[in-house]
Design a protein around this ligand. Sequence first.
Ligand SMILES: Cc1cc2nc3c(=O)[nH]c(=O)nc-3n(C[C@H](O)[C@H](O)[C@H](O)COP(=O)(O)OP(=O)(O)OC[C@H]3O[C@@H](n4cnc5c(N)ncnc54)[C@H](O)[C@@H]3O)c2cc1C
Length: 472
Amino acid sequence: MALARIALPDDPRDHDIADLTRFAAGIRGTVIRPGDDAYDQAREVHNANYDLRPLCIVQASSAADVARTVLFARETGLELAVRGGAHSLAGFGTTDGGIVLDLGQMKGLHIDPIRRLAWAQAGLRAGEYTAAAAAHGLATPFGDTGSVGIAGLTLGGGIGWLVRKYGLAIDALVSVEIVTADGRIVIASENENPDLFWAIRGGGGNFGVVTRFQFRLYPVSNVLGGALFLTPTRDALRGLQAVAEAAPEALSTISFLMPAPPAPFIPESIQGKQTLAVMFVFDGDPESGQRALEPFRALSDPMAELMMPMPYVGIYEMLKAAEQRSPAAHRSLFLETIDDAAVDAMIERMASPSSPAAMTQIRILGGQMARVSADATAFAHRDARVMVTIITPFADPAEAAIHTGWTHAYYEALRPQATGVYSNFLEVEGEDRVREAYPDVTYRRLAEIKRRYDPTNLFRLNQNIAPAASVA
Ligand SMILES: Cc1cc2nc3c(=O)[nH]c(=O)nc-3n(C[C@H](O)[C@H](O)[C@H](O)COP(=O)(O)OP(=O)(O)OC[C@H]3O[C@@H](n4cnc5c(N)ncnc54)[C@H](O)[C@@H]3O)c2cc1C
């Protein structure tokens, strides 16, 4: 396509406005440009560190819109940011001067409760899907927060409240409809394009734009959910892993070393003090859940607790605070064990955080996640036992370097014991860190599939897998 260089209003670069107008006219969804009323809201992503100004935001309404946009990006060479729920820690859902392909309006969901299957368009959030499935007493495992998009979460793996009982989100995935870099709309499943299906289960957005997911559903209705707030002693941190690993697999926990929140169920004298908040979902009867929690209560003196039988989707309500948009710094890693050195680092670093909102998230994994073989999907860290993520939300974007520096230094203290990282919990941290998300054999297979499906690396605004030819 020949590009006559005409300046677009409010955009630093020149583009062919006629081509852009022609492209936009063929989109059934909405194309938003600088100067449009909706522009500022449409360019927002969850990590408020990223305040970028795309050339246009395509709010797609169909796979055909997606294919048209992919081809337009390919022809023009414009940077393409693919967006589902906009929760990328790395800000990959936006671009300066490129095209945002936003699937957020594509929220179709069909649930077949008899066959326990769901067809879900890629713009759905975990909470929206989970609320609809709950009407049938069914659920698909996603993450810990309702506002996260099912698309980005699933393509990275998807580790959440049911991980020990039902595994990762990708373990429930049956097939996808996906638009490849050449604009084709194809199906990937165990039987159709199986290599592509393997790659998208952990390889992120490297291989195409998923427009529709087909998931299995599991019978999940009422759960016992809530949080135990424990005194954050060394012994409690040291004992947490053994207790959580010994618990029935119906119990998945996500613990936070953090200041106790100013919530009505927390005594005022404790609010703001460091606590070890063991949040949990027990997918079983409440009495068995209470029994499963006893060893956690014995880890140290309880400061407060809140738990109740609730519909599974209720746990997303409890974590509404995490949905708040703010700038934040993150570092994450898998550990084999929470040993004395890790405990020391956690206690010492959290005693002087760069931001009062800083927290250390600790997930004890295992169970069904670990039963799937490492080569079955591109997410290969199946035997990861502990995932630690340092999350540092902060108020003033101008202070990003301070908070990133503190978060990174804390991570460096834990790093000697690291056994890998989860790609969805990476920021923009360099190629070596992307490689840590995949064992070497997995990375090489991904690179080969990338070469076949996206040889020019059109889909590069992600935890990028370089096409095989350029792999060292
Ligand atoms: C508050 C919060 C809580 C979180 N909790 C969890 C958790 O409990 N468990 C967990 O596993 N992860 C969790 N995450 C991480 C989350 O899974 C990733 O950030 C994920 O990428 C978000 O997906 P999204 O669609 O919302 O984001 P987006 O920013 O829209 O997308 C992220 C990336 O995914 C790719 N992508 C998105 N949509 C598509 C598509 N349709 N086709 C192809 N590629 C696409 C693109 O590369 C895009 O850059 C959390 C993140 C946040 C911010």
